[in-house]
Design a protein around this ligand. Structure first.
Ligand code: CA
Length: 598
């Protein structure tokens, strides 16, 4: 909506308010948009940017689902994990890619850890995109786990020279991103190597004891960056180039300095920061702020987590099995302690912006859904941290198996998840919305039918907190339906009248309840406008009003047989933002509160 129209709307509202005073429709008071009740127990963080990253790494989810794991909302109703995460406020997903995480001979058993290849990234990335999330791709440039202790090259590259590896990294990055983008995955950031503390892809300190990136690692990283640059120019995108390190408090600034000396052209310095291993959040903020200031890099936490229990769910030992595995114990080992640790990490990143505005991007919780599974699934579906086949990969490079395994292993992370071992969301999952003061979806709602909803309502967007509103309070045909700040006048009153077919007609207060909400042109298309029109009883004037969770509804259009719904167009949070028809996917911009007018 352009500024002139906006201004006219504002003038209209001002006139209506004056008129209201005269005729007695006195708005009781412009109600504040109430902050939602915190589910996790943490409070709202002030001044969070709208696009602040509230992410999760859920790379292992496909393997878990294949083995039969299902996920549930807080109230125990089942749902798709991406709906559950979106309903909890997650807006970004990180997905790791291993080149070829399978044994080299029949039956080509997966190495485990979710068997995270490019195909898995396409499937998960598309589901995340469809749930309205952005996607962060994490290339390990290996066939299995990379961290400061291990950075093995993919099997196929085992005998490559540095020059060949440079080409291979460029091509693998470029080709994988091409496949992801063509598949419809909303890739916004790409990580070149995982926890690359001086080594990557069989090159650098772990192999030659030179840790400052000068013996080939920086050249390999630069090739990954070049591939992203070329993808950006081909697709007209602005995907951010991310490097990722651990040991942030002890060595983070040193790594940033060495990379800077080598001249690698990247955008984001990302760290793993686990509060039980890495130090205090205040130290984290200090180091990341220094890096942002000194090297002009955006900063974020690409991995964090905290245990909610010391119990082991699947009989396969956990990374943090007891307090001796924790260097720091600044939080209780409990669901609320876990929530508090995640809150502090978010707050610590947000604090970077106090010194260097716009440089603290956000954080990702690592594998919040990696619950334990039956031991029979570990090797079959790759639901454990390693399978027996992973040892064969290590033996290509090492005389003994030290880092991977010769037996099938289970989850080492089942006490670090934000879902309990039944797959039910715990209160700590809702930190993502709670730090924004947003309401969460805690139920599938599928078990409860809508009550008889006949009556007159204010209809408030679950997403924006704005109200459904007939523009300028007009009583004319084709008057637009938009969202506007609450003012309590007739333009924001709607009367639901039940039809015999299970639908409702929605009469507008602006027309004195003689006209109704209408899908323009009887269109079934996404983006079709929603407006006011004389009642005809046609299908484009009928709506299914379905309860999604307590007090929260989707308003689905009968003209699309309920496949589409009223949607705050383009995620607007502005007064005057348009309401259009869009395919229903359960996003926050498609949900509404019905508030009785009396
Ligand atoms: Ca375990």
């Amino acid at each position: 909506m352009n500024k002139v129209v906006k201004k006219l709307c504002k003038m209209g509202i001002a006139l209506m308010l004056m008129l209201a005073l005269v005729i007695g429709c006195i708005p009781t008071s412009v109600r504040e948009v109430e902050a939602a009740t915190s589910i996790s127990g943490v409070s709202k963080i002030s001044n969070l940017p709208d696009d602040f990253i509230r992410g999760v790494d859920i790379s292992a989810v496909t393997a878990l689902e294949n083995s039969g794991v299902t996920y549930e909302y807080l109230d125990g109703t089942s749902g798709d994990i991406f709906d559950i995460l979106a309903g909890a406020g997650v807006n970004y997903v990180r997905i790791r890619i291993w080149n070829n995480p399978y044994d080299s001979s029949s039956p080509y058993k997966g190495y485990g850890g979710g068997n995270c290849d490019l195909y898995n990234a396409k499937v998960l990335g598309k589901r995340a995109t469809d749930a309205g999330m952005k996607v962060f791709i994490d290339f390990h440039y290996s066939d299995f786990w990379c961290d400061p202790a291990k950075q093995y090259a993919p099997k196929e590259w085992a005998n490559y020279s540095l020059a060949y590896k440079k080409d291979a990294i460029y091509n693998f990055t470029y080709n994988s991103l091409t496949e992801l983008l063509n598949y419809g995955v909303n890739v916004q950031m790409v990580q070149i190597g995982n926890e690359t503390n001086g080594a990557m892809c069989g090159v650098g300190g772990l192999f030659d004891d030179v840790w400052d990136f000068s013996t080939g690692v920086a050249e390999l990283m630069q090739q990954g960056c070049y591939a992203i640059d070329d993808i950006n120019s081909t697709y007209g995108l602005d995907i951010l180039k991310v490097l990722h390190f651990t040991s942030l408090v002890a060595n983070g600034e040193w790594y940033a300095e060495q990379i800077d000396k080598m001249g690698v052209d990247y955008d984001v310095y990302a760290a793993s920061f686990y509060p039980m291993w890495d130090g205090t959040v205040s130290d984290m903020t200090t180091v990341l702020t220094n890096i942002a200031k000194t090297y002009n890099k955006k900063v974020m936490v690409a991995e964090t987590a905290y245990p909610y229990t010391f119990n082991d769910a699947d009989g396969s030992g956990n990374s943090v099995g007891d307090s001796s595995a924790m260097r720091y114990s600044n939080y209780d080992v409990s669901v609320s302690g876990q929530a508090e640790s995640l809150y502090d990490v978010f707050k610590g990143i947000a604090a970077v912006n106090n010194s260097v505005s716009g440089y603290g991007l956000g954080a990702f919780y690592w594998e919040p859904a990696w619950v334990g599974t039956d031991s029979s699934a570990w090797g079959t579906y790759g639901t454990g941290w390693a399978s027996s086949a992973s040892g064969n990969y290590e033996l290509l490079y090492n005389s003994t198996v030290e880092h991977f395994s010769t037996t099938d292993q289970g989850s080492s992370w089942d006490n670090m998840t934000l879902f309990d071992n039944n797959g039910t969301a715990m209160n700590s999952l809702y930190v993502f919305n709670d730090i924004c003061g947003n309401s969460s979806v805690t139920s599938s709602g599928s078990s409860s039918d809508s009550d008889d909803l006949e009556g007159t309502y204010y209809i408030k967007s679950y997403y924006s907190g704005m109200y459904l509103d007939v523009a300028n309070g007009s009583s004319a045909n084709n008057a637009n339906i938009q969202q506007w700040s609450y003012n309590g006048c007739d333009a924001q009153k709607f009367k639901l009248v039940a039809n015999s077919d299970g639908t409702y007609s929605i009469y507008t207060g602006a027309s004195g309840y003689s006209k109704v909400v209408d899908v323009a042109g009887k269109s079934t298309a996404d983006g079709a406008n929603i407006l006011q029109y004389t009642y005809s009883g046609a299908t484009n004037q009928k709506f299914y009003i379905e309860q999604v969770s307590s007090g929260v509804y989707a308003i689905k259009t009968a003209i699309t047989s309920g496949n589409s719904c009223l949607d705050v167009y383009n995620w607007s949070t502005e007064a005057g933002g348009n309401i259009a028809q869009w395919t229903y996917w359960g996003g926050a911009c498609q949900l509404w509160y019905l508030e009785k007018t009396n």
